[in-house]
Design a protein. Sequence first.
Length: 511
Amino acid sequence: MDLLDGALVGARRRPWLALGASSPVITLLMLLWVDEFNLRGAFSPREERVAPGSLPVVPAGGPMGVSGVSDVEQEHFPINIATTIAGVAVAAASAQATRAPRLEALPLEDFPCKAPARVGRPSARSLRGDTYPKVGASITLHSPKYHAAGKWLDQYSSCPGAVVAMSVLVVFTSEAEMTLFRQSLACIYPDVPEDAWTGVVALPPYSGWKTPAGAANQLIAAYKKWFGIAHMMDLEEQAPEYGLMVDSELLVFDRLGEDGDRGLGCAIEGPWSRLYARIQAFDESKSFPAARVSRTLTTYKFGSFTRSGADYDRTLIIENAHFAGYTATCETEGCQEVKRQIDLCLFSWWTDVPWVNLRVASRMLIQKVGRGLESFAGSYRRLATGIKFTRFEHLSYQQWCAMHEGFNFRDVTDITGEAKWGSYMEDPLPGARLAELKPVWISGEALERVENGQLPPMNVQEPPLLIFHADKGRSRANREANRERWKHVLKESVRVHGKDRGWDAISQEDW
């Protein structure tokens, strides 16, 4: 206060200096308020600094309330979030502090559906024994897609080979969203074992959650997928070697995505048993399949001007390249490979299942923040909160691998033909020889074209394991009826229990 009192006395004696002297102070205060350059950390005592994504440790006996952290988060997160303001952590409690009371599950009779009795589907633990899958899927989820995630978990948990080969992590933005999904899933698909999937509530990004509209939805989804990867990294000895960053519109390829008793494609020793080996082979090949995007096959109208698929997708490639650290002045071999991708518009996003090597991803994220993991209390989840991830997020991982791990983009245009827009796997041209590439997944539209004879049959020895974009192409697994059923359960659940469960705050706009 002495410094402030002195400034006020000086202003009284020399009023003509007041305006000039106050301008930088006002500017500094505004910067501190918005913390655009992390000035809070710069002006805090060293032992109390709060870096983006990190939290000060508060001794036991401090604030007890926990907001936005799931039970699973708390089990693996040594420091619990208490509350945040404008994305800046202001309080935390140690793991020994008393947790907020957990909401008890509501009886199924309180829900608007007649759930059949469980048929005794094996739990994940009983199938895996004491081993942990070497591959984990990070799935971003918000309420308009609950129906898709529910169908996926029902099919996945009925496929023993998939359960043994891959764990599933579902990432939410709030505890209310997760509890509504978990309760509705138990009602609609009671045969899904509780340990078939792990729910995680993402910590808010340092800059706060974006308003979910337009392109912001893509950025929110990208952050949540990366947060799921960061969660896997924090599992230490239980962590998988590879993580997948995927959306919720998935089906099991066995039975071509339809419901029913699983076939040989889901046997424990069947095709799923090679998931890890196939991804490991992709990694060891140090290449990502990509095809040129056409300048003529598809165009986009933006008001008074038109852009081709190549124009639009090149923008996405460049956006991710900048995130990965690429600059036009960089002359390394890796940068030249990224430049080749840009120049030829080689689109490599979702040409196959989007995998990341967790060790490589950890190096990428640490380089991105420019500080060691110890700055974030040893937590990759805290580290992730300070990063503004890009949409089409897997592109940046691929480009970082090209620049730092010796990877390249394998041009498969001669096999697939040019892409109309985005991935050739999403909307393939007639005659595309996708089977030659032995993809781990195939899109709903591509599979329909295989069934219609527009594309050659898929590889039998190394078949796809997953169907992505299952909301596209012909209806599978009673898609429309499933969505209507979820819509009814969700709306009635919010009407009856929304106020006391916090579900009434969840947007119903796209249900």
